[in-house]
Design a binder for this molecule. Structure first.
Ligand code: KG4
Ligand code: ZN
Length: 344
């Protein structure tokens, strides 16, 4: 089954053709980072207009380069949320128009869930060797931990109480005067720093709940940078200490999650922060089950993850894959109940 995936929820316009949820025939990503960089963050109105101008050209090029005709495509999958409303509307309208004109089924896909399938695209194992799994989505908008028994099952085990992990990297990067998005730049700076020189708060350490929190850490960095740095302490030391705690917090909570779902066979780490090499190191060193990280091209937003998620939804439920059309959606956290676990 050949699916066209369309992603436009934030500042990347992305389209891809994926066969049977695993084989990527072509994937194009057009990043708007350089356009938004001068404001230090994404300007939603500009982002939506950029999607509008990019989508048709990218769609035409994708079909030309893969030599696929619209009649070869079985279904169209599109990000329905969460994301910036104007941006989502552009992608959803494009997909709806195409589906109507070409008489193809349309599958609305949850962007956060799709990140996990972006990671799975890079795993060279059968799905039954991966599931049940603990899947982390650590991006600019979310820090969600799921237990998944199969490709379309997402049981939310933990989320952040405030900022997302990637967002905190970006905010810290901004405070340090680094380019947008700050994540990769903070990582680079941290490489030349030393943790022991600065003490960061250990977030939610004494709480036995499966939750994440980043705002206190961000405040600690703001405080450390407010006054001139003490002699012998560099900005790189602050970046290093911040990064260690931002990532270690996730490692601590993963051991709680393993206690809660002991039959998990593997861990999948998806979302933009999965590109962080220190994160990869900490996760692999602390785990006694295989940890899967996506290849870098599937870490951040892409169309292939949307097509892959769409494929599994289709396999599972047919027609719309059980998803509602709600382009204004935010993630349904109201159904979430934080779990208390004893830290022994
Ligand atoms: O998944 P993604 O591309 O977009 C969404 O938020 O959905 O994630 C982007 C986030 C940004 O916050 C970016 O700073 C962060 O991922 N990021 C990183 C690194 N590369 C990207 N954070 C830390 N270290 C990195 N190497
Ligand atoms: Zn994303």
């Amino acid at each position: 089954m050949l699916i066209l995936g369309i992603e436009s929820s934030c500042d990347e316009t992305a389209l891809a053709l994926v066969e049977d949820g695993r084989n990527v025939l072509g994937s194009f990503i057009s990043s708007q980072i350089s356009i938004h960089a001068k404001w230090g963050g994404v300007i939603p109105e500009i982002a939506a207009r950029e999607h509008l101008s990019a989508l048709t050209k990218m769609y035409t090029r994708l079909l030309e380069e893969t030599k696929v005709k619209i009649s070869d495509i079985d279904a169209i999958a599109v990000t329905q949320g969460p994301g910036l409303v104007g941006c989502l509307l552009v992608g959803a309208s494009f997909a709806k128009g195409l589906a109507q004109a070409a008489n193809k089924p349309l599958i609305p896909v949850n962007h956060v869930h799709a990140h996990v399938h972006g990671a799975i695209l890079g795993i060279d194992s059968k799905l039954d060797e991966i599931f049940p799994t603990l899947a982390l989505v650590v991006s600019g908008g979310h820090t969600n931990l799921y237990y998944m028994e199969r490709a379309t099952h997402f049981e939310l085990l933990a989320h952040t109480l405030d900022d997302a992990c990637g967002e905190s990297f970006d905010k810290v990067g901004k405070m340090m005067g680094l380019p947008y998005p700050g994540g990769p730049h903070v990582e680079t700076l941290a490489k030349s720093g030393i943790t022991a020189k600065i003490t960061m708060p250990r977030m939610l350490e004494r709480k036995s709940q499966l939750l994440f929190s980043y705002s206190g850490l961000k405040t600690a960095v703001a405080k450390a940078l407010k006054e001139p740095l003490s002699p012998g302490i560099t900005m790189a030391d602050v970046a290093h200490s911040f990064q260690e705690e931002a990532l270690s917090q996730i490692i601590r909570k993963m051991s709680l999650a393993k206690k809660l779902r002991p039959n998990s066979k593997s861990i999948i780490v998806a979302g933009g922060v999965a590109a962080n090499t220190r994160f990869r190191e900490l996760m692999v060193n602390s785990s006694n089950i295989p940890v899967w990280f996506p290849p870098l091209k599937f870490c951040s937003d892409n169309g292939a993850m949307i097509a892959a998620m769409g494929y599994y939804q289709w396999q599972c439920d047919g027609d719309q894959g059980g998803m509602d059309w709600d382009v204004f959606s935010r993630y349904p956290f109201e159904n979430f109940l934080a779990r208390d676990l004893t830290l022994s």
